[in-house]
Design a protein around this ligand. Structure first.
Ligand SMILES: Cc1cc2nc3c(=O)[nH]c(=O)nc-3n(C[C@H](O)[C@H](O)[C@H](O)COP(=O)(O)OP(=O)(O)OC[C@H]3O[C@@H](n4cnc5c(N)ncnc54)[C@H](O)[C@@H]3O)c2cc1C
Length: 426
């Protein structure tokens, strides 16, 4: 094992501050040896790709850091398929693709790694191109029992079918993915309409967005103030009648600014004006992601609920935000996967953050997060398991709300392919 005592330089501050036991860079046999993990507190191997979550490094745990040796990106110009290592971050992927006028439906940040893809991957482009998992063409990696696997879409034997489906949405529980083959998309200009709005305006925009065409999506952040981004991919669509109609309706909100970007790569979400402390070295955080269907007549009640949640925010760093799915993400023609809540239109997340050594504040903040979650459940009853919370009491409930009727199959896969629970527990 390659022991390295340097700090793990990663975006997530909880993980960055963790006093991990070992740092390993290669998938090697010793990883799968249960003797390397103590049985206390179900110690398991932590895997780090983008390093944006609180579960990629923990006090006293070993981390496999894929960023050093699994970081290749290769685009095949004939097929336009890209092959990336399991430690590639989304920013590097779209930078590479940009040189060839291609792109990929990444999320709102360029920092996340392969964890973004393997846990589903909700992009502002998803309404037109599906989730990140819908664009997976092949994978290579290791199951938790050390077995090497190499799977290609359309060439999956019946016995591997369940593994293939589970990789798409639940890979972290039973596998280490070292290589992913992905479809890429033509890179197009993007129009962003953004700015602060009041609750009534947000309500109107949400209502309008539920009938947006697939090249448009809404994202909003409810912090001290409310900020929105309307994302419009301009294919040949500037002339597209429906897009034009919606853009005209949005003209009614004169405070919103419009700007056309050459491609997705140029856009930065999360405005500095909101003064969120995300990635501030003095703050630790947890995030929980929810899923729900069209809000329709519930929008005014939701806004009331969001106001209550905001009134109870323990500090200015906490917030609730949302992304929009729908259109292509509701279709099943990409094949079955473990992202089971295909009817979802909204993916809100609750961001809970506290001064890192202030345990009292942490308690208050986590309490706020759970209370806000329970208030939002009536609108968004399901979970998008983008962050693994096996260190939190909510883990079991999150698992069952994330995997629904496929949870039992996931448990079976875990028992067969990660029998010693080397990887994060269910
Ligand atoms: C600023 C920001 C913006 C975000 N925006 C979006 C968004 O728009 N849409 C969205 O869907 N999500 C979004 N996310 C959530 C993010 O995609 C998930 O939390 C994702 O799991 C992070 O992956 P990572 O590789 O960066 O994290 P890491 O902390 O490195 O990994 C998280 C966990 O995933 C597993 N994992 C990672 N790589 C592998 C691998 N190769 N093989 C097996 N298991 C692996 C491991 O269990 C690991 O502990 C955002 C997160 C942040 C911080």
């Amino acid at each position: 094992m390659n022991k390295n005592n340097n700090l793990l330089l990663i975006p997530n501050i909880n993980s960055k501050d963790a006093k991990f036991k070992e740092l390993i860079y290669n998938v090697e046999d010793s990883l799968f040896n249960k003797e390397n993990y103590s049985n206390k507190e179900s110690e398991h191997l932590c895997v780090c790709s983008g390093g944006t979550t609180s579960s990629c490094a923990k006090n006293g745990y070993t981390t496999l850091d894929l960023r050093k040796n699994y970081n290749k990106i290769q685009l095949d110009r004939e097929s336009n398929l890209v092959t990336i290592g399991g430690g590639v971050i989304m920013g590097h992927l779209i930078n590479h693709l940009e040189k060839h006028n291609r792109s990929f439906p990444i999320g709102l940040s360029k920092l996340p790694g392969a964890g973004y893809i393997l846990t589903g991957g909700v992009s502002p482009l998803s309404r037109a191109y599906g989730l990140a998992i819908d664009n997976i063409e092949s994978i290579k990696g290791f199951l938790g029992n050390g077995t090497f696997i190499s799977l290609k879409k359309n060439q999956i034997s019946q016995e591997k079918q369940l593994i293939w489906e589970a990789i798409k949405g639940a890979a972290p529980f039973f596998s280490i993915i070292t290589e992913i083959g992905l479809k890429t998309i033509q890179s197009n200009p993007i129009l962003i309409i953004e700015g602060f709005v009041n609750p009534t305006e947000l309500s109107e925009i949400i209502q309008l967005s539920e009938v947006f065409p697939e090249n448009m999506s809404l994202q909003w952040i409810y912090a001290k103030r409310i900020y929105i981004y309307i994302f419009v991919e301009l294919k040949n669509n500037l002339e597209d009648k429906r897009t034009k109609e919606y853009l005209l309706l949005l003209e009614k909100l004169p405070t919103l600014e419009k700007k056309i970007y050459k491609n997705f790569n140029e856009i930065n979400f999360f405005p500095k004006e909101l003064e969120l402390y995300e990635l501030n070295a003095n703050y630790h955080s947890e995030v929980i992601s929810l899923l729900g269907e069209d809000l329709k007549n519930d929008i005014p009640v939701l806004i009331k609920c969001l106001n209550e949640i905001r009134d109870n925010m323990p500090n200015n760093s906490c917030y609730v935000a949302s992304q929009q799915l729908g259109c292509k993400t509701k279709k099943l023609n990409h094949g079955s996967s473990f992202f089971v809540h295909r009817k979802s239109t909204w993916k809100p997340w609750i961001y809970a953050s506290w001064k890192k050594n202030d345990l009292q504040e942490k308690k208050v903040v986590m309490n706020w997060m759970y209370k806000s979650w329970s208030k939002l459940k009536r609108f968004y009853p399901n979970i998008h398991l983008a962050q693994l919370h096996n260190h939190l009491n909510s883990h079991r409930e999150e698992l069952s709300l994330a995997f629904g009727n496929r949870f039992e199959e996931l448990k079976t896969l875990k028992n067969i392919f990660d029998p010693q629970s080397i990887l994060p527990p269910l």
